[in-house]
Design a protein around this ligand. Structure first.
Ligand code: OAD
Length: 236
């Protein structure tokens, strides 16, 4: 089976009702990034940070995977699929994807604020002040904040560098190091980018831009591009 790597951002979950970060109705229009998603904010006002993520969690709880998440999951029937997502929601998993690497953490997990290896699956329960890890210190969301290392980055680079096909859905490619992943894809492989808005990607060979929303662009990707690629194997 061909190795298909799908790299997603907030745009794939937009049609599930989860707000993106940038753009006119993006989350960072309403909140200052450094007040909600940084170690400095946590040190200054942990209650505010917990409230911010408890709200995000309530939003994810009420959301459902959309057609794009579902189609990405179904691609596992024809490809060896690895999903790399910047999203902290669990919609890929709920749609049925079995191989999902979260670059920026997962809202359904908490972690110790003194030991990053102490991670707990807590589902949609809130984290509040006074909720402690087994070492007796405050729990925080298992989210990668601005200025922090991205622990899964090396693994993501490795997956992308071994891909036969690379698909990007719904990311403005503004946040590094994640945005640099595309440069790890082999030059000769087919790459596809699905986004309704203009995305600046320079010096990338073999890139097809499908300028549509995720729920429109993903069926186009499959029906007009992936099926053709696999036709000679008679895989569809
Ligand atoms: P952004 O908000 O920066 O970008 C969202 C992208 O989705 C934009 O390019 C939109 O054009 C596109 N988009 C909007 N609606 C769409 C739809 N229906 N279908 C497909 N695409 C659509 O979000 P990210 O690139 O994911 O980090 O942001 C990266 C990181 O910045 C996030 O993981 C988060 C944020 O700060 C942390 O919280 C650590």
């Amino acid at each position: 089976m061909k190795k298909l790597v799908v790299f997603t951002g907030a745009g794939i979950s937009a049609e599930s009702g989860i707000r993106t970060f940038r753009g006119s109705d993006g989350l960072w229009e309403e909140y200052n990034i450094m007040d909600g998603a940084s170690p400095e904010a946590w040190a200054k006002d942990p209650k505010l940070v917990l409230e911010f993520y408890n709200k995000r969690k309530a939003q994810v709880k009420g959301a459902q995977p959309n057609l794009a998440h579902q189609l990405v999951a179904q691609l596992e029937e024809k490809f060896e699929v690895k999903v790399i997502t910047q999203n902290i929601d669990d919609l890929h998993e709920r749609a049925g994807s079995t191989n999902v690497l979260h670059l920026h953490g997962l809202i359904t997990q908490s972690r110790s604020s003194v030991d990053e290896n102490l991670i707990y699956t807590i589902g949609f329960d809130e984290i509040n002040l006074g909720d402690n890890c087994e070492k007796g210190t405050q729990l925080r969301p298992n989210i990668v904040w601005f200025g922090e290392e991205v622990p899964n980055m090396d693994k993501a680079c490795e997956l992308v560098s071994c891909a036969d096909i690379f698909v990007i859905i719904g990311t403005s490619l503004n946040v590094h190091p994640a945005a640099g992943l595309i440069h790890h894809a082999p030059t000769n492989i087919k790459k596809y980018l699905i986004d309704p808005n203009e995305i600046k990607v320079n010096d990338i060979e073999n890139l097809t831009f499908i300028r549509e929303k995720a729920t429109v662009g993903t069926p186009i990707l499959i029906n007009q591009h992936l099926k053709v690629l696999l036709q000679k194997d008679n895989a569809f």
